[in-house]
Design a protein around this ligand. Structure first.
Ligand code: C2R
Length: 217
């Protein structure tokens, strides 16, 4: 099998970056990969989908997306995003997973759909010991994402829950970075606050009043 030029140039770039001596603060902390750009609505959120990993990292936890490896954004904590497929571009998957640690990543979030969602589990095996969090993009992808043999670990979330994958990635990073720990606690406080407010409103407005207030506005 030959490798397309566009894929080969990405592979070359990943290897070049792995050779660079970039300080940890300037490299992406989280790598997000997905099997196809058709997974983007699930992995990032939007387009009628619930919020995804992008929303959790960028909107809730103050991460910035790094789009140029050699030009880090201002935010201290960053993530990068690629389309990588085990089945369509196996060499690119191998290169991404193999170089991840040397490129300064601390955790990978890998999402894929369909019944042969092998990108997350293969990435986990190649990137080991770097932790990989798998996101089954569809219900039918769950078994192929989580079904790993003993000794070949992957952490995974439920189908479509890339938002939670991002929180898990941040939890891993928070063991080294107190700032992320604080952001996670703030996020959780806000979540609780929201439930408390809704509960009080439902109780005090009554069901018809609540529907009028929340559903019709
Ligand atoms: P297209 O929409 O590009 O046809 O992709 C993708 O994650 C997507 O959900 C359809 C679905 O195929 C999945 N795909 C995988 C892999 N590569 C692509 N599961 C893989 O290598 O695991």
């Amino acid at each position: 099998m030959t490798t397309a030029d566009s894929v080969q140039s990405l592979i070359d770039q990943l290897h070049e970056q792995a050779e660079m001596d970039v300080p940890d603060e300037a490299t992406p902390d989280v790598g997000i990969v997905m099997g196809s750009d058709s997974d983007l609505a699930t992995m990032a959120g939007g387009k009628g989908k619930r919020p995804g990993a992008y929303a959790a990292l960028a909107d809730e936890l103050g991460f910035e997306e790094q789009t140029d490896y050699t030009d880090a954004p201002e935010a201290r904590f960053t993530f990068e995003t690629f389309v990588v497929s085990a089945h369509r571009t196996p060499e690119l998957m191998y290169a991404y997973a193999e170089t991840a640690e040397d490129r300064g990543l601390d955790v990978i979030i890998a999402g894929a759909g369909g019944k042969s969602a092998d990108l997350p589990n293969m990435t986990a095996s190649i990137a080991y010991p770097l932790p990989v969090i798998g996101v089954p993009v569809q219900e039918k992808s769950v078994d192929s994402v989580i079904g790993m043999p003993q000794g070949a670990p992957i952490t995974a979330v439920d189908a479509g829950k890339s938002f939670n994958a991002a929180l898990t990635a941040a939890q891993i990073l928070s063991r080294q970075h107190e700032e992320i720990r604080e952001r996670l606690v703030d996020y959780h406080d806000g979540l609780q606050e929201g439930v408390g407010d809704v509960s009080r409103d439902l109780h005090e407005l009554g069901t018809p009043g609540f529907k009028a207030e929340y559903w019709d506005r």
